[in-house]
Design a protein around this ligand. Structure first.
Ligand code: CTP
Length: 389
């Protein structure tokens, strides 16, 4: 398909290059058309690089005929405007054509037009915007979003641009991981001492659940094997298996891996378990203290590394305190991984329990991707994009 991606001035424009990449990766030809204000949020070189074509932004530059809006319209099968500001929605509803993108949009009659609104929730709720949206809908223009959630202005409500993966799905019905199956391990493991006690750790499972959601949003069927956690799964493409101990996780993961295209092991697996588990509650043993003998658990990641077949991808996590990068790189080699995600414990806001994280993704070829401190959801999307591309 030949798709024009229109971009207007809103903070969500920083996500538009990801949308363009998804469409190009899915085999579509893409040209970008931006308003001047859009270029305050995303740069011309970025859009030209991801689309591999010059950007259309000015009515009076381009092919010299001053009719590029008409030749672009003739070339395209459809246009998707992401983000679509209140301003562009209002202009189209009122028939105003005072720049390249609005002129192009008025010329698009007979072609599919999709708008992905993004604005503050009060602007979205304004009667003028609602009236304009209703007008556009009555003409057959499609609206994708806006979604609920946190907004750049610091409030939350309806107004977020829908994520690029969902826009791509709405626009052309293909997601980058459609037809792929991925395995994710998440959460802690509990290693039983007796009928009422266990050895565990502080892992909340948030990172693993966010990874499962990011993979599902990208179209994959996800096998989520999770240790004990209160978290709920949100997506119909996520199939959940609950386990308690490292050995149960091992059995589930090794059973599922052969039918998967890849696996991301983010679980905090206990390296050791009590050598014996009493089937009753152990009694206190007095002043001399108590010793619990531990034996090693199987290494699930290393086992999958040994099982890995041509075409399968394997991603592990590493939590290091000294020589972080060097140790992570060694772990990647030793366990036969394609990527390793190095968790930072040095940064405030990263690690167990919190909603944010900061990571370095190290690839087998030695390349590094450093993330800023982001929400675990955004880190998950970054990891999924990096390890599946
Ligand atoms: N892992 C696993 N099975 C285990 C232990 C760890 O699958 N029994 C996986 C984790 O899910 C993670 C990775 O291995 O993806 C790294 O775990 P980590 O504890 O950092 O490393 P170890 O290999 O245990 O090495 P060390 O503790 O010596 O650093």
């Amino acid at each position: 398909m030949k798709i024009i991606v229109g971009i207007t001035g809103g903070i969500a424009a920083y996500k538009t290059p990801a949308l363009v990449r998804l469409l190009v990766k899915a085999g579509h030809e893409v040209r970008c058309a931006a308003t001047e204000h859009a270029l305050q949020f995303v740069t011309r070189p970025t859009l030209e690089t991801v689309s591999q074509h010059p950007l259309y932004c000015d009515l009076f530059e381009g092919n010299g005929t001053r009719t590029e809006h008409i030749s672009l319209k003739d070339w395209a099968d459809m246009i998707v405007v992401a983000p679509a500001s209140a301003n562009i929605i209002g202009k189209v509803a009122s028939g105003i054509a005072d720049d390249a993108l609005s002129t192009l949009l008025l010329a698009m009659s007979g072609k599919r037009v999709v708008m992905c609104p993004a604005m503050n929730s009060e602007m979205w709720a304004h009667p003028a915007v609602q009236r304009n949206v209703a007008t556009l809908l009555s003409w057959g223009i499609e609206m994708v979003g806006p979604a609920d959630g946190h907004l750049a202005c610091g409030t939350s409500g309806t107004g977020r641009m829908v994520e690029p993966e969902e826009i791509a799905e709405a626009v052309c019905g293909t997601l980058p991981l459609t037809g792929k199956r991925w395995l994710v391990t998440a959460g802690p493991t509990y290693e039983r001492i007796d009928s009422v006690r266990f050895i565990g750790n502080y892992s909340s499972g948030k990172m693993g659940f966010a990874l499962a959601e990011a993979l599902a949003e990208a179209g994959a069927e996800v096998e989520l094997v999770t240790g004990p956690t209160a978290l709920k799964v949100q997506h119909q493409r996520i199939h959940r298996t609950d386990v308690e101990s490292a050995r149960e996780m091992y059995t589930a993961a090794t059973g599922l891996f052969p039918t998967c295209h890849g696996a991301i092991l983010s679980a905090a697996v206990a390296d050791y378990r009590p050598s014996e588990c009493a089937d009753h509650k152990l009694k206190k043993q007095g002043d001399e203290g108590m010793t619990i003998q531990l034996v090693q658990n199987p290494d699930i990641l290393a086992t999958l590394g040994g099982m890995k077949k041509e075409g399968q991808r394997l991603v592990g996590f590493a939590l290091e305190t000294d020589n972080e990068v060097q140790n992570a790189e060694r772990k990647l080699q030793r366990k036969n991984l394609d990527h390793i995600v190095l968790n930072s414990l040095r940064d405030k806001g990263a690690g167990f329990g919190v909603d944010t994280n900061k990571v370095t993704i190290i690839a087998r070829d030695g390349s590094h991707t450093d993330s800023p401190l982001l929400s675990k959801k955004d880190i998950a999307r970054l990891i999924v994009n990096t390890v599946t591309s």
